[in-house]
Write a protein that binds this ligand. Sequence first.
Ligand code: ADP
Ligand code: MG
Length: 686
Amino acid sequence: MNEPVNALRGVGPRMAQRLERLGIRSVQDLLFHLPLRYQDRTRIVPIATLRPGDEGVVEGVVDHTEVLHRGRRMWLVHLSDGSGGLILRFFHFSAAQQKTLVRGTRLRCFGEARMGRAGMELVHPEYRVLQSAHEPVEDCLTPVYPTTEGLHQATLRRLTDEALARVDRLVEYLPPAVLDGAGLPDLATALRTVHRPPPDVAVSRLLEGRHPAQRRLAFEELVAHQLSLGRLRAHTTAHAAPAVCVPGRLLQGLRRALPFALTGAQERVIAEILADMARPHPMLRLVQGDVGSGKTLVAVAACLQAVEAGYQAAVMAPTEILAEQHLRNFRALLAPLGVETAWFSGKQGARARREAAEALAAGTAAVAVGTHALFQGEVSFRDLALVVVDEQHRFGVHQRMALREKGAGEGRLPHQLIMTATPIPRTLAMTAYADLDASIIDELPPGRTPVTTVAVCDSRRDEVVQRIRHALDAGRQAYWVCTLVEESDVLQAQAAEQTRDLLAEALPGAAVGLVHGRMRPREKEAVMARFQAGEVQLLVATTVIEVGVDVPNASLMIIENAERLGLAQLHQLRGRVGRGREASACVLLYHPPLSDTARRRLEALRSSTDGFEMARIDLELRGPGEVLGTRQTGMMQFRIADIVRDQDLLEEVQTAAARLLADHPQQVDPLIQRWLGEAEAYGRIA
Ligand code: ADP
Ligand code: MG
């Protein structure tokens, strides 16, 4: 089965090269080159029932044809089938074609319907002239394969026919017990069905990707994926790491300094982390918690433990703003304990950078906070034991690996703690973060009041302003968040300034402040400090306040053009209110008309304040690539599995992977290789 493709008839060097471009080298590869989708040519669709975007077979008689010049020459063939009429539009056509397709000719066409100016049409459909009205249709669905230039669907179909003749020689890696348990067919049956769906196949299930044959392959693919991440994990944890085992004197100091007690969930997660760090192998742990659940303190606790043991810790955030926020928090908490924090940012001057680097190298600074700048050449740690990465899902699995390696010294790797700012649905976490242990902070600090959320059309802006008036008169504070589609900082800042002016005018006597991304850190801080102190009553801001603002007296948040933001971002923003004793509200101002997705997003926010629920809905609305960030998408591209559609399999997939590893370890490599190729099979790092 691992015989090269040129063992198949008709595959010469040129063809082999093209197949190679698709990652196909062996006959097995060809069998696992699965159809992207299917065309249904098994039935004839009445023209009148065609909707734009439908792909299908229609059959009818030519009414008339015409050649038009609309900028370019085109040929229109008007076809009707008794139920309705349709235009076939050709931009390239020959005299021979024109001679054949005359009035009265019976045609069968296949194509994708679209709405043209004069009604439904097919552009350059495949067509065939029929002699009678009773010619048979295809008796199985037609597979459409992913392909590359110079390789026709017909060729791929012929080659897979040949490969399928050898399908029984494929090794079945999944133990029968596992398959029977999940009620799934054997591999050969599954592959035959998926490549050549028989006439009696449940068509709709196949088109939805829910046919047992597809589920069987998706299952195997997910197992392979799981095992591959497990392999990457094993590769990391085989290294040594500094065992951090200290009484926790600094952590005690932190507890004493805090004006509140840690929540039960924070305590539990800290204990999980400290148990990991006490072992002489790298910790790989993901901490998830809703906005406001107190992840920062958990990170601080881990850092203090490393510092007490005489090591250093690094805290990395994906953006300057988030990193600055951490710096402020860390310094405020660590300085009183005599722990110095060094700062690394892409924006800082060479001198500041050098000084910070020196403090780290000399060991006078025990904790480093920054952006990616932290891991640039000139930064070297004296003895790094812990890396904390915030907002992990902007980083992919391979970046995560690279980071681990960067912190390496003398064959040791640092412990790694990953914090997500937004919860990830469990199913997605199980798959995308299978190389990490997970901790969940499933409790908010006490005293938070639930936030009431309403969606309001922006034609009612005046009422919203009145609402702010009432809140301010009652001694409370409010946020007004401006959103703008443009990426430009300058335009965002201008829009925010305008809004500030308008609101200041509409609310005479109110103290209105402004923060946006173009302001200097010092200016921003000054405004934030005044808001914190209650001197600024209404804070107009761009989405920079998404992270890290904490003003319990602010109980009202207005988000302008809420329809432009993603669910996760809206949820993060909303997390800024509901932190005090007063009942809080979030007003989602939208500009109609709302798209379906936008409507569902706003509806989700109105109906729940649970971040995990938001994440689940977000996943359904946007798919895993978007939820995890584009970087992560690379490793989330499956051939057949779809973790939203197939989420009910994931539990079983984990069991199967564990079982395979325990009972049939020799099958793990070939299985990973089958689905993910060489590189992944041996845990190499990109
Ligand atoms: P997030 O999980 O969103 O990063 P933070 O760590 O920023 O949350 O914490 C949000 C706010 O809650 C901060 O002001 C923090 O001081 C406060 N906080 C954290 N833990 C507790 C606690 N146990 N009791 C009360 N307030 C807490
Ligand atoms: Mg945070």
